[in-house]
Design a protein around this ligand. Structure first.
Ligand SMILES: O=C(O)CCC(=O)C(=O)O
Ligand SMILES: [Fe+2]
Length: 415
């Protein structure tokens, strides 16, 4: 089924119109005098963007996500000193964490910044595309500015998330994960009482295509949450398609190849409570690379915590105002036969302040195969095995823990 058939024609027209108006408003600041030509060209570009939105995805959502052992809600633990006994705290303490593994925050100025409006503009496209190439091949991470996700959409989601985390535990747990299922509010990859735990709670939801959504896992409080997340999901899905389209051009493959493999979006909303006691020996999210193709990360409140692996050290990332942090996942490393690299990253926690982030994870279609693309391998040698997407997900969840570049390692040929 194509993405397009999932939407009613009228809603596509409405969406296209609001995008035109949004982009027109932005563009007219610069080209006020040239309104008609500008509007026509924006329309053409948007129609181009819509073409690459036509992607394939299965008729039904996958049922192979597996579950996670239920453990304590971390926000509740952090809020009540009586609950956080020495024994429980010990489960979150990592004695091996070393401060000198971390680079200074001002080094994060180096991380590439890609300007989406410059990619959309014919005059600056080539120059910006060469920065994008370097960002994907050398960094695997970049900050994306002028991405076109309306500020209102971001602000409404941020506000609703803060309101959700202000609810009492019983209300938040109305959307708690059910046994055997990863969707909902809880944690991921906990397989035993003995393992060290991450200091965070997670809300994990299928968001795209729309027929994959299961609203029983979506918070009903605050009431505007559903609409805010839908708007944000639609906008980020479009940005991800657009970026992947540019990546295809840079890789010298057909745009349709990338849009074919871009099927679904899930969101992982991370809540990291503060912890005054031992925060520098705790991890909010263990080192990992994302299993998906492309991640767009939004930091919800202005508290840093993301660190990426760079030259054997951890480099803290300070998001630019309004930027999305984009990173390559394992599936894209495999599909590009290693030309693009997924990068390990982790989240650390703050002594005094909570931190919230939302990762929009874009994955290949459940009807496709994850393996080196023939167009890229050419006469060369494939470096990875090819597996169907359902097999890929099964393998991902069967590992029962989060670690390193898991999928890249598991599918490597002749490791
Ligand atoms: O919270 C962060 O900054 C990182 C989140 C992340 O890596 C993820 O959700 O996969
Ligand atoms: Fe991640």
């Amino acid at each position: 089924m194509t993405m397009q058939t999932c939407h009613k024609k009228s809603s596509i027209k409405g969406k296209l119109f609001s995008l035109v108006v949004f982009k027109y408003k932005r563009d007219t600041l610069v080209h006020r005098s040239n309104f008609k030509t500008e509007l026509r060209s924006v329309l053409r570009k948007l129609q181009g963007r819509r073409r690459i939105m036509e992607t394939t995805e299965a008729n039904e959502r996958p049922k192979i996500l597996g579950g996670c052992m239920k453990t304590r809600n971390v926000q509740a633990l952090a809020a009540d000193h009586n609950l956080l006994t020495a024994d429980i705290l010990e489960k979150y303490i990592r004695p091996e964490m070393a401060v000198d593994d971390v680079l200074l925050e001002n080094n994060s100025e180096e991380i590439p910044v890609i300007d989406m409006s410059r990619l959309m503009d014919e005059v600056s496209r080539e120059e910006e595309a060469s920065k994008l190439k370097c960002a994907c091949e050398d960094w695997g991470f970049f900050q994306l500015v002028n991405h076109g996700v309306p500020e209102k959409v971001i602000e409404e989601l941020k506000e609703d998330l803060m309101r959700f985390y202000d609810l009492p535990l019983e209300k938040r747990e109305e959307v708690a994960q059910l046994p055997g299922d990863l969707e909902g509010y809880g944690q991921a990859f906990i397989a035993s009482e003995e393992q060290k735990l991450d200091w965070a709670d997670m809300l994990y939801l299928f968001t795209q295509p729309p027929h994959f959504r299961n609203y029983k896992h979506w918070p009903s409080q605050p009431p505007s949450f559903r609409g805010s997340l839908e708007n944000y999901s639609n906008a980020t899905q479009e940005v991800a398609h657009c970026i992947m389209g540019f990546m295809a051009t840079i890789l010298g493959i057909k745009r349709e190849t990338i849009s074919e493999i871009h099927g679904s979006q899930t969101v992982r909303i991370n809540y990291y409570p503060p912890c005054a006691n031992g925060h520098d020996k705790m991890i909010g999210l263990s080192p990992h690379s994302d299993g998906c193709g492309l991640t767009l990360l939004l930091q919800v409140n202005p508290v840093s915590g993301l660190q990426i692996r760079r030259n054997g050290k951890w480099l803290p990332i300070v998001p630019l105002p309004g930027a999305l942090i984009v990173n390559i996942g394992d599936a894209l490393e495999i599909l590009t036969n290693g030309r693009y690299k997924s990068i390990e990253h982790r989240a650390v926690i703050n002594a005094k302040e909570e931190r919230i982030s939302i990762a929009a994870l874009h994955s290949p279609s459940f009807e496709k195969t994850v393996g080196p693309l023939a167009e890229i391998v050419g006469k060369g040698t494939p470096l990875f095995k090819s597996v169907t997407m359902p097999e890929y997900v099964k393998l991902f969840v069967s590992q029962k823990k989060i670690y390193g570049k898991k999928m890249v390692e598991l599918l490597k040929l002749n490791p």
